[in-house]
Design a binder for this molecule. Sequence first.
Ligand SMILES: [Zn+2]
Length: 341
Amino acid sequence: MNPPEYNITGLDYAQRSHFRYAGPLIDVHSHITTTELNESTSGFPGGAGRAGSLAQAETQLAVARTFGIARTYTMCPPQDIPPLRERFGSLLGFNGPVHKEPDEPNDVAYRVLDQFLEQGVEIIKFWGPPRMSAAGQPVDAPWRLEVVRRARMAGVKVFMLHVSDPDAWFETAYTDILRYGTKQEHYYGLHLLLRMFPDVHWIGAHLAGDPEHPEHLEELLELYPNLYFDTSATKWQVREVSRQRDAIRRLVCKHPTRFLFGVDLLTRHTQVREHYISRYWCQRTLWESDWDGHSPIADGDYRPKPGEPPQVQLRGLGLPEEVLWQVYHDNVLRLFTRRRP
Ligand SMILES: [Zn+2]
């Protein structure tokens, strides 16, 4: 029998004595939703609203608590917010993913935005990976610009942007350059949004989609004082941050106010508890410890480069405690309390 994806090395996740940080954490990137038996497992999670189950949300948040997570910002459809808020109160903050299909009119996106604004979301998220650009919706599509204008008018100060995707995908799924463009090209839209809206805060999801290139991340941080990166997409970050451990460590220590802890877990109706445990365990191990060994989570995107071992290595950065406080907790609070930049 194959080992489960959440533990291919038979690791004991109760081993946590290497964790160095004893304070609270805030997870700024999660997808805790209601779930239902017949949900689609592709596409956006959640949406069953009051008819859905909160059992998976309960499980994820219970696991989160054992890792010190005090608050989680979740992306869920608008109808999931009331039941989640009633059950979990201040454990959750809300991030509204505004999305529409390429063939839908812009009004669809504006109506979704209105629903999120009625629910008092604190963040608006745009999902603009290469497959969306290829379908005619680049990250800076006109409807997204209008959504920023409207949300900003309504008082939203923080926006999250998924731009680009792993280098590994450009070597496999996105090799048709005419259709998907180069990885670098996907950042034109990010530059445009950040230049057009310098008076709000921007979070580049998944280390702005480019943990493979710390020098590019540094350039972005230096160009835009209102840009932050979240550490989410655990499998991807474990693989690439470990490869570049020293460079990423230097970058975080140089800009400790610009990184935000995030995991990118999704609740799914049939998910097992150990899956949630594995992602929190790997995130904390990566950032705060000097743990060095085979990563316990399966990663189908890993192609060893010359000289690399056959399995992904997780190589902890061992960030200093004062940096951890900022990345794990203080920075995200400052985003919401600080006046616009
Ligand atoms: Zn996500």
